[in-house]
Design a protein around this ligand. Sequence first.
Ligand SMILES: [Zn+2]
Length: 199
Amino acid sequence: MNVLYFLRRLYVLFFFASVAVGAPTIIIDAGHGGHDRGGMPGQKLEEKGYALDVARRLDSVLRRAGYKTVMTRSDDTFVGLDERCAIANRYAGRGVFVSIHFNGADNPDAHGIETYYSSGSASLRLAQSIHSRVVRATGEIDRRVHSRGFRVLRGTRVPAVLCELGFLTNRGEARNIQSSSYRQRLADNVAAGIRSIYR
Ligand SMILES: [Zn+2]
């Protein structure tokens, strides 16, 4: 009797442990917001708005697929970098952090996809998984996966990546990013990169 009770308890424990490991909460971080427009000084297309749009699309794709998600911002408000980390760290051990940005450069010819992580094999794996899909889906130049100590990557105690989904300062890429079907494709492929690892 006692053994059975114990085994049942153990089963329940393992069941919930496997659910927790198998399906983490995805913390979706739309870069910038509020007075922080993102991008280069005087940049015509505001990074903050496009980042939020793709973050929202990513949120709905993942929710439809059955994931729990949290957004660090869901409208045009300013959220500090430490606050973004604090939100992610509520899910330490059961979360994954994905930050959505668009790139900008003084050189209008610069274009392509970059993905960042800070450290750790889980973050690197996630970065590669998302990066390869986004590059393939957009046909854009592969500017590779890089390790860099961005505050939201260093300060988060969960696997964390930052996606630079194209240059708003490049004419051709900006034209694509202004199309909602292209932004949906970006969100779909970031989601696919997450789903291939965290099922
Ligand atoms: Zn940014």
